[in-house]
Write a protein that binds this ligand. Sequence first.
Ligand SMILES: [Cu+2]
Length: 367
Amino acid sequence: MRLGFRDLQTLSLGTFLCISISIEFCLALQSSQACPCDPDQMSVRREWGELSPGERIHYTDAVRCLMRLPPKLAAVGSFPGVRSRFDDFVATHINYTLNSHYSGLFLPWHRHFLWLFEQALRDECNFDAHLPYWNWPLWAGRLAESPLFDGSDTSLSGDGSYNPAEQDISGGDLTLPRGSGGGCVKDGPFKDMIINLGPFPRSLLSLTEIPAPQFDYNPRCLNRSLNNFISARFTNQAHIASLLATPDIASFQLTMDHWPASPSGVLGLHGGGHFSLGSTMQDLFSSPQDPAFMLHHAMIDRLWGIWQAADEEHRRYAVNGTNRILNPPWAEPVTLGMKMEFGILGEKKTVGEVMSPWNGGMCYGYT
Ligand SMILES: [Cu+2]
């Protein structure tokens, strides 16, 4: 039997051993070619709810390990807020925010950023599993009930404590109701987490360089405010269906990432996930400080991969946009040969190298 990528979404994986999942997955990805990367080495990324309680704790333990390890950026200097190996990833994200958001580099840059994070967990924190993802529509409108955010020991921690001072979310033509928390995360594995970088201003207008506070040290708690209004409205199955139905990369990007938000208050799926979780996750520059960031972006990457695989000929290497936030006219158009930087995290990669999850040194797929 030859499986299509979509069929994989309905496969019951419980009966497969990990290795057989990898082979099935690899074969499914490659309808007519030999396996492109070693199936034994393949990362098979699963939805958080598919993981056993022990597997979830194995993941959060590894992330917490990264938060205890010393940063590599410390040796470089001028990064006072970088206090851990985890912060190396946050600072690198800050450093390239103006290139890799609302631009033609958004999808490829984050694809490789996630891969580097997954490898760091494996190489430095004894993580012997794979990066999980957050399948938004499964829990849209009932975030606090989800295994991701129910606040249990097997979650990514839940809501923040109620902060009466939290305001509704407004910017441009957009006003959205505030979430249910707004204070420090109360429970779960990241209850005592200290975040060190940011916060950054929300306005993107006239950004030509990284704004204050850049890499300053500003220790505080992880802030959450679960927002069911936003998750139900902007991360539902209908939005995913329209994303996967887009005919070209430009409309795929726009559905993923509406900016500026339209007069009717439309956020893209990308923004919908970020704005569902509270102020730490809403920070364009320093949002990787919320441990949910990587799972959110894994879902984005997964959908891009599904969309690419649905039309290999026209979509696998489709690019659009520039290397600068909001694609100003002076920015360089993205090409497959354009180099993307990852600072201390890893070598430069061309856009073309990361268009497949089994190229450029990467080897992974999603259930
Ligand atoms: Cu980002």
